[in-house]
Design a binder for this molecule. Sequence first.
Ligand SMILES: Cc1cc2nc3c(=O)[nH]c(=O)nc-3n(C[C@H](O)[C@H](O)[C@H](O)COP(=O)(O)OP(=O)(O)OC[C@H]3O[C@@H](n4cnc5c(N)ncnc54)[C@H](O)[C@@H]3O)c2cc1C
Length: 405
Amino acid sequence: MTTPASSHPDVEQRREDRRAIVETVRQFVENEVVPVAPELERQDAYPIELIEQMADLGLFGITIGEEWGGAGLDLGTYAEVTVELVRGWIAMSAVLNTHLMTSFLIESFGTDDQRERYLSRLASGEIRAAFVMSEPHAGTDVQRIRTTAKVDGDDYVINGQKMWVTNGLYSGLVAVLLKTDPTTTPPYKGMSVFLVEKEGGRSEFPGMTIGPPIQKLGYKGIETVEIAFDDYRISDAQLLGGDAGLGMGFRYCMAGIEHGRITQTARAVGLMTAALEASVKYADERETFGKKIGEHQAIQTKLALMATNLRASRLLMQSAAEAKEEKGRADMEAGMAKMFSTEAAVDATRMAMQVHGGYGYTKEFPVERLYRDAIALTAGEGSNEIQQQIVARQLMREQAAAVRS
Ligand SMILES: Cc1cc2nc3c(=O)[nH]c(=O)nc-3n(C[C@H](O)[C@H](O)[C@H](O)COP(=O)(O)OP(=O)(O)OC[C@H]3O[C@@H](n4cnc5c(N)ncnc54)[C@H](O)[C@@H]3O)c2cc1C
């Protein structure tokens, strides 16, 4: 008799490992993050002590290979960990997301020298990484970026401005998408990624200036900044992938950003989990017209919708993570998951405020913060309008392939 795949010892072991790490992170969030998050968020304070604890837990290396000192865990486990972190405060995931995207790019496409120089330090959290494609005039339309890297001897010289760099000040390394050949058609074929070193949390380097944190509605605690390059000189050893990486930057970033879309989904699940927990608790405590508000049908409808969309989002998250692990690219699965879950998170956190009545609008309860944080998810990692196009285009491609065969 053969052992069913789902109960194979390796599969069981992986499930056990996942349960153990998720439980550890849940305890960390419950004990360390939940008590301090409201005040840190109010102050928009960089949570350095919590970040150091995350490093001690090994979270900065969670998906980086074991040979580099990481945990080498799968995306599904990382997504479950993100859910727990965001249940406490989205900043805990904001410091991790672009760090792991950049680590993924280096591990997947970097030269041996780049892997040697960075991956162990990234896995330990000794340096944290950021990732940027956006510019002031080009977010969705990445192919319109204008910042250039021009060859000059063994170096490149960078000029232009990047925008929305999350972790842009305190990170030690930023993966930056740049135009290395502005003449190519289509433009994406003339783009490359450079690994810009900027250790020390300073805002001024020769040829590079990091702007003050952008003031945001939510997504606080972790800085989002502009970076201006003015004849910034960088060695060609910093071109991701070396010569093979020239002109490959856009494709590398698209592979990396699917990570980000799965993270956005996990964040949405985390926010919805927190919103639902707070709402069920409040609905069980608050009374009007002689009964708990959870016994009014209008409130029950909200709780049921929140719980159902939460479950659907979690399933989409797991299926997108599995597809990315199995196929390398998973545009459609990640796009569907990101689009559905982030819209559901905005709805759920808005409903959670309504369940809390007037108190939902105050800082006394966490739900107004969850709502502000949920809105950030609909634009980042590719807006939801663009996810719709990605999904529809993939459907049309599959239809065309079916007709041809
Ligand atoms: C908190 C936060 C953190 C961020 N962190 C990072 C980061 O670390 N690195 C990074 O590179 N970027 C980051 N971003 C930038 C983010 O990726 C962009 O904001 C996003 O890609 C949208 O770009 P945009 O803001 O320029 O909007 P635009 O591209 O100007 O779009 C404006 C609106 O038009 C819609 N739209 C655009 N084109 C189309 C179309 N073809 N069809 C239909 N609708 C369309 C969009 O969906 C949107 O609703 C961050 C953004 C935020 C808010």
